[in-house]
Design a protein around this ligand. Structure first.
Ligand code: PEP
Length: 251
């Protein structure tokens, strides 16, 4: 059966020393009080090699927030999936709405990134979600269906390694969370798309996380929905008390 997962997305926050301190503090908190779900922290590239050895990999997975859409070579400033994997990281966030909006990541670019991540044994946390105007025009289903094209060219075996994260853009960093009903409705729809493409068993085994202003105070009611298998957490992943509060929603 699918896993429940709480994954943190640190975004462009924390310098190296601060990031190491945050990872250590989280590691200690979860060693003292074991989580009832998988926990992942996705950090800026520069933190990865320092953070992977200091967390207990049986309790906390580590991931990047992006990787290149090319294998290697003359792509100044880029970081390949192979480089990410060489740090000991096991996950990579791909398709975050900030990358789609500010760095022009298209369905086709993301398809390449997903393939390279999987070829390097990284589990993609693949983000999809609509902007406010699309939600207001009731177009959220068609938007997420179109975004899923980046992962629907995978074999069923490879798709089975992908974690999905539904993140309505209007809820990211805004304090405006989707209602549990809104989250359940679209998560069920996303799962139905997976079932249509790969069959019910693959769909039932796919973890679909919710992201967008998730906090300790709303995590439990969001995660209680049958098709919400955890969260991708931005702001609240930057303090151990908040992040652990969300992890504890599974207790
Ligand atoms: C995110 O950026 O993935 C996210 C969910 O951010 P926040 O929790 O801050 O809304």
């Amino acid at each position: 059966m699918r896993k429940n997962i709480v994954a943190g997305n640190w975004k462009m926050n924390k310098n190296l020393q601060e990031g190491i301190a945050l990872a250590k503090e989280l590691n200690e908190a979860l060693a003292a009080d074991k989580p009832n779900c998988d926990v992942v922290i996705c950090t800026p590239f520069i933190h990865l090699a320092s953070v992977t050895p200091i967390v207990d990999s049986a309790v906390i997975g580590v991931g990047a927030e992006n990787c290149a859409d090319k294998v290697s070579g003359a792509y100044t400033g880029e970081v390949s999936a192979e480089m990410v994997a060489s740090t000991g990281a096991q996950y990579v966030i791909l398709g975050h709405s900030e990358r789609r909006a500010y760095y022009g990541e298209t369905v086709e670019i993301l398809e390449e990134k997903v393939k390279l991540a999987l070829a390097n044994n990284l589990k993609p946390i693949f983000c999809i979600g609509e902007v406010l105007e699309e939600r207001e025009a009731n177009k959220q289903n068609e938007v997420v269906a179109a975004q899923m094209a980046s992962v629907f060219s995978l074999s069923a075996e490879d798709f089975g390694k992908v974690i999905l994260a539904y993140e309505p853009v209007w809820a990211i960093g805004t304090g405006k969370t989707a209602t549990p009903e809104q989250a359940q409705e679209i998560h069920a729809y996303i799962r139905s798309l997976v079932a249509e493409k790969y069959g019910q068993e693959v769909a039932d085994n796919t973890s679909i996380l919710y992201g967008g202003s998730c906090k300790p105070s709303n995590a439990k009611e969001l995660f209680a929905n049958p098709d919400v298998d955890g969260g991708l957490i931005g702001g609240a992943a930057l303090q151990v008390a908040d992040f652990k509060g969300i992890i504890d929603a599974f207790k």
